[in-house]
Design a protein around this ligand. Structure first.
Ligand SMILES: [Zn+2]
Length: 270
């Protein structure tokens, strides 16, 4: 695993952070049932957005959300369910042993092996997003971290890692443990020769980070194709990460997409 050490830069940058209202992140207090519904709606909506943005690839990809009542369990999309037509009622509740507690879909074993171990290793993580998006896959073949080439890419500066141990489709929870170890305390991990995985303290954050990371991969692939791109200087990259890389900022960005999705086609809410 490779991880940049930007502790000092990030601490210095914190003094210049843009503070968004905390209510934007947490919203009104919800009952357990309301919170469960909230998370499931965002999972289904985020999957629809992945399809809308062309980031679905056959049966690959999954978004999980921890259950608010039973934190060892998580909600996940069924394998072989097209992201473009998925609904809240299609999600399954899976426990830490891979048993399906609710729902009657097919559990993707890779989803269980990876996500269950990430949820276990990171108790504050509510959601994780993984898909085989094109530019994420292309960039993953380099085995490199993303560079701070643009303001938007700085969201990941000093807060993502790489996982180099490709051994076929992830079906083993021990590999899930190794991926969780590579992720560390970060927002995202680039799985070499495979794709991207992002996490968040809300479904909204995990989903937005995935969209943003795919964009950052796209930009870096294109920029390196036409020359040698200039990088943002480290202290400025760290400052920018502190300004636009927070959980609140990611949620606000997701909400803009969510509102447009609901206005366009809210059928996923059923
Ligand atoms: Zn995968």
């Amino acid at each position: 695993m490779a991880q940049l050490d930007t502790t000092n830069e990030r601490a210095a940058a914190a003094a210049h952070s843009i503070i968004l209202p905390d209510a934007l992140l947490h919203g009104p207090i919800r009952t357990v049932e309301e919170e469960r519904r909230w998370r499931k709606e965002r999972v289904a909506g985020a999957l629809r957005l992945l399809a809308k943005f062309g980031m679905n690839d056959g049966a690959a990809g999954h978004i999980t959300a921890r259950d608010p009542e039973d934190p060892d369990c998580f909600w996940v999309n069924s394998a072989l369910e097209n992201f473009a037509t998925i609904r809240v009622s299609d999600l399954m509740l899976v426990d830490a042993d891979g048993r399906v507690r609710k729902g009657d879909g097919i559990l993707n074993q890779a989803a269980f092996a990876i996500h269950s171990r990430i949820h276990r290793a990171r108790p504050e993580v509510i959601a994780a997003t993984h898909a085989h998006s094109t530019y994420g896959k292309i960039w993953s073949t380099t085995g490199r971290l993303l560079d701070p080439l643009t303001q938007d890419a700085c969201v990941f500066y000093g807060s993502h890692s790489t996982f180099a141990d490709y051994t076929g489709v992830v079906l083993d929870v021990e590999e899930g443990d190794r991926i969780a170890e590579s992720l560390g305390a970060g927002k995202a991990v680039i799985l070499r020769n495979h794709g991207l995985l992002t996490v968040g303290t809300s479904v909204e954050e995990a989903a937005w980070l995935f969209f943003a990371m795919e964009q950052a991969c796209h930009v870096q692939v294109m920029a390196e194709a036409i020359g040698t791109p200039l990088q943002i200087e480290p202290s400025m990259a760290a400052l920018t990460e502190s300004q636009i890389g927070s959980a609140t900022a990611s949620k606000a960005q997701f909400d803009m997409q969510w509102e447009a999705l609901v206005a366009d086609d809210g059928s996923f809410l059923s």
